[in-house]
Design a binder for this molecule. Structure first.
Ligand code: NDP
Length: 487
């Protein structure tokens, strides 16, 4: 079956999804396809009253359907059925995502969607394995910690991998017995809507998965400040994470998981396997055209191997071929929007003005839509905007070091601490550096997530708080009640 499709052939009508029903709405926000820049659909904006309605439906469903009270194995079974449906509908989901986002359709079918299905199954399995504890107390009493769902979880996601982020929010929240009100990015709403409808088709009671569309300041803020939303799970920029904290503080208090921005270093020591390091580093900055929170965007390399390594990375940068996300042969992604293109170009220009040398790229690619060339900048230091700021594009900076202490100092970013890579054949050094680096995830002699979903992901510093994935993500969707019984 061919995966390529005509982007004009899809039904992209605008609606919210609440209580298992479509609420048709005006597509107020104009959407443009990243691959060709054409306006193709509109995104409605849920106002406070619609968010109120979605939260009320979620609250009622969480209580009345018995979702949290059934034998937990029943929840596991239904979540597995949802994962099965996601796999079955992979092509439809992939097309809805590819038309709006930067993800090429073939990568969605081969990678994103099978991984999402796997992650939902992974989270489901906690439902009947994690529970309450009997705790040691004095012999005059009997003590327990009782684990319970929060009730309604509010989730907000970014545009860069919409289906994956929706799975990271919905999977653990539902497995843990909650209902969810989720707002995807206004730029990429369609695949998340379909994923929610599949949840209900699979047997998850209507009302437990609600999708409201809209922008951050209106719809997002209505969710985060809602008194009946008991917990927030957010993925997006550090700027928006901080606005969410402020809004929560103004409207009350509630726990939150924030997965925020990054500016991750990749340290390559002189004894590293250079072809292997070059491949991992190039893949990490080329995947989704660098629009990944964990993109390894700062190369920190031992001076004596810098030329050899950068030449190998440039060879990989030269091989990318820009293409429409709906063409199954495309491998190199567009940039999400015209403003994001301008932002990338602006930071590259500012870095060059400040003295950076462009070893490769540094310009848009001649193609319809928004494509930016893979870019390699040298001659930068920690004051360069290209080193300081999260660019969220295919831009890699290079800084050289002469010893381990200097490598660690360069790797340390004043704001971000999401991920880091270390390439060396010296095990002691790898462990030493790993201990010192301030990052939530560190990859050694590889870069990027594997299918080991047990490893939590999340940031140090202003890259976030709390974890997605792993057991932590499930537990973050439960609260603990202490019970002490006098004997
Ligand atoms: P944004 O922070 O701009 O937006 C993320 C989501 O938050 C969107 O749905 C947005 O709505 C919403 N939002 C924005 N402002 C508010 C607000 N005040 N209150 C509530 N919701 C709000 O990020 P992008 O979508 O541009 O995504 C890129 C960012 O996401 C990067 O910084 C990247 O590093 C980060 N990210 C982090 C990941 C991680 O795991 N740590 C994973 C993936 C991305 P809308 O845009 O529709 O207005």
């Amino acid at each position: 079956m061919t995966l390529s499709f005509d982007p004009d052939s899809l039904d992209l009508s605008a609606y919210h999804y609440v209580g298992g029903e479509r609420i048709v709405a005006n597509g107020e926000l104009e959407l443009r396809r990243p691959s060709d820049g054409k306006a193709y659909a509109g995104c409605p904006v849920a106002d406070v009253s619609l968010v109120d309605r979605a939260v009320a439906v979620a609250k009622d469903a969480q209580r009345s359907t018995g979702w949290a009270d059934v034998r937990p194995r029943e929840r596991v079974k239904v979540l597995h059925a949802w994962a099965d449906l996601i796999e079955k509908e992979a092509v439809a989901l992939a097309r809805l995502e590819a038309v709006a986002s930067t993800r090429p359709v073939a990568q969605l079918v081969a990678l994103d969607i099978p991984v999402i299905a796997e992650q939902i199954r992974f989270f489901a399995e906690f439902a009947d394995k994690e529970g309450s504890d009997v705790v040691p107390t004095g012999s005059d009493s009997f003590g327990m910690t009782v684990s319970e769902p929060y009730g309604v979880v509010g989730a907000i996601t970014a545009w860069n991998v919409p289906l994956s982020l929706a799975a990271w929010k919905l999977g653990p929240a539902l497995a843990a017995g909650n209902a969810v009100v989720l707002k995807p990015s206004e730029m990429t709403p369609f695949s998340t809507l379909h994923m929610a409808e599949l949840a209900v088709r699979a047997g998850i009671p209507a009302g437990l998965v609600n999708i409201v569309l809209g922008d951050g300041p209106t719809t997002g803020a209505a969710i985060t400040g809602h008194p009946d939303v008991a917990k927030i799970s957010f993925t997006g920029s550090t700027r928006a994470g901080s606005a969410i904290m402020e809004n929560i503080a103004r409207t009350g208090t509630k726990p939150m998981t924030l997965e925020l921005g990054g500016k991750s270093p990749q340290i390559v020591f002189a004894d590293a396997d250079i072809p292997r390091a070059a491949a991992a580093i190039a893949t990490s900055i080329l995947a989704n055209a660098g629009q990944a929170c964990v993109a390894g965007s700062r190369l920190i390399v031992a001076r004596e191997i810098a030329d050899q390594l950068t030449s190998a990375i440039i060879a990989q940068m030269q091989s990318v071929r820009a293409g429409y996300t709906w063409d199954e042969t495309s491998t190199y992604s567009p940039i999400i929007s015209a403003p994001q293109m301008e932002r990338i170009a602006g930071i590259v220009t500012a870095a060059r003005t400040a003295g950076a040398e462009c070893l490769f790229g540094g310009e848009p690619i001649a193609h319809e839509g928004y494509f930016y060339s893979p870019t390699l900048l040298s001659g930068v230091d920690e004051t360069s905007p290209a080193v300081r700021e999260e660019i969220f594009g295919p831009v890699l900076t290079v800084q050289c070091f002469d010893d381990e202490a200097e490598a660690i100092a360069l790797a340390d970013h004043p704001t971000y601490g999401l991920a880091a890579g270390v390439f060396t054949r010296d095990l002691s050094r790898a462990l030493r550096v790993t201990r010192t680096l301030q990052a939530g995830t560190i990859w050694v002699n590889r870069y990027g997530r594997s299918r080991d979903h047990i490893l939590p992901t999340g940031g140090y510093k202003q890259s976030g708080m709390g974890k997605d994935l792993g057991r932590d993500a499930y537990l973050a969707n439960r609260k603990t009640k202490s019970v002490l019984i006098g004997l």
